[in-house]
Design a protein around this ligand. Structure first.
Ligand code: AMP
Length: 394
């Protein structure tokens, strides 16, 4: 068990709080402030305990260069609006004398937001100079940026080796949820996998085979499985290098009594952009020049049988090219089916499905929507997250 914020005394202490304020921006304006709002419980807890909070985050990919487009200044403005009773300061430098001076001037219950961590080359390299400079700013470190916890950066990994460290509320919720579903899931446990590439999900499939009762496979990745068992896929995307892997997964699943359910019909078209040519074809009947771009209505019915009775559901990857209305029905229907199952713990492992579920305005019906695509994939692969692993044990 890793230390949590309740395990420390923050009274009058300087706390470095690593958050994920990597918000979407459009012309310097914040498009969605969800990531800031979600961090408020940890911030408010620390304020209540009279801490002096030094907030740090990355934003975008400035690659170690100062680039005003990626400044955290808009986040600072929003933070002030969200915390009208609190004094919030902004340091236009990430580390160095100015940051140290401003950190030292903080009074209890005040906040200092540092400029984008990735303006410093040493951040992503976990360079000693960066670790030292960040550690100097505070007496305690709270890690709450789940989305970066698979990265060994200065602010996610290096600092924890220098300062007493613990996890914030967001990281605690993410780790507890994944631990619950992966170590003691309520059965039946159904995994829903989709998305374009099988290559990204090889380790996820391998790990889930030891945990779940059923895997429902949709999206582009289903065609490599179908071809692996000599099914006809027309011009659908197939990763020929992964045919053996898929064949072996199916064999292993039979041995382990795990059901792998593949689609039985598809919405196909001549290409992603030729929406007018979209038509439904049964498995085995996809014309050679057409590609499957969504699961069909019979597949939705088939998947429903499993989703309806599931007690645990984990979902990663859309069922089709959900970005286009005509190919979005499979993903939408699956989202609705999961949303309707009130007796299950439903976890979305980040990435595209989160975008899809938000697009369909169904996000409130899921037990947990992970804030970290890459980090949640690592957990589904059964791997550890370095930034969490390095935190102090209880
Ligand atoms: P991934 O990053 O591997 O989870 O893939 C997400 C992407 O998969 C989305 O942009 C979807 O448009 C795409 N996708 C889903 N189904 C298909 C399909 N049948 N053919 C091609 N792309 C797909």
């Amino acid at each position: 068990m890793k230390k949590a914020i309740e395990d420390f005394d923050f009274n009058s202490k300087k706390v470095l709080l690593r958050v994920d304020f990597n918000v979407p921006l459009n012309n310097g304006k914040i498009v969605s402030d969800v990531r800031i709002v979600e961090e408020l419980p940890t911030i408010k807890y620390l304020l209540d305990k009279h801490a002096k909070i030094i907030l740090c985050s990355h934003l975008g990919k400035p690659n170690g260069q100062v680039n005003k487009i990626y400044s955290l200044k808009p986040v600072y403005q929003r933070l002030k609006e969200l915390l009208p009773q609190t004094k919030v300061y902004f340091c236009d430098q990430t580390i160095g004398e100015k940051a140290e001076k401003m950190a030292n001037q903080l009074k209890d219950g005040e906040i200092l937001l540092l400029e984008n961590l990735r303006f410093e080359k040493g951040e992503e390299e976990n360079a000693d100079y960066m670790v030292d400079a960040l550690s100097k700013l505070a007496e305690t470190f709270v890690f709450d940026a789940f989305g970066t916890s698979h990265r060994k950066h200065a602010s996610t990994y290096g600092v924890s080796k220098k300062l007493p460290s613990c996890m914030g509320y967001l990281v605690k919720k993410e780790t507890e949820t994944f631990d619950q579903i992966l170590s003691k899931p309520k059965k039946p446990f159904v995994a829903i996998l989709g998305g374009a590439k099988i290559s990204d999900k090889i380790d996820v499939v391998k790990n889930l085979l030891n945990k779940v009762d059923t895997i429902l496979i949709g999206g582009g990745m289903c065609f490599t499985f179908i071809k692996a068992i000599k099914g006809e896929v027309g011009a659908s995307i197939v990763d020929d290098e992964k045919l053996d892997f898929c064949f072996n997964v199916i064999k292993e699943a039979i041995n382990k009594k795990v059901k792998i359910i593949l689609p039985v019909d598809f919405v196909c078209a001549n290409s992603i952009d030729d929406e007018a040519s979209a038509e439904v074809y049964k498995l085995g009947k996809i014309p050679l020049d057409k590609m499957g771009l969504d699961i069909g209505p019979k597949t939705v019915k088939l998947f429903k049988k499993f989703i309806k009775h599931a007690k645990t559901i984990v979902w990663n990857g859309p069922m089709g090219v959900y970005e286009k209305e005509i190919f979005s029905n499979g993903t939408k229907s699956v989202a609705e089916l999961v949303a309707k199952n009130k007796h299950c713990i439903s976890v979305i492992g980040g990435g595209d499905v989160v975008g899809a579920v938000e697009k369909f305005e169904l996000q409130d019906y899921f037990t947990h929507i992970s804030t970290g695509g890459g980090a949640s994939l690592k957990l589904l692969e059964g791997k550890e997250l370095p930034a969490i692993n390095v935190l102090q044990d209880k």
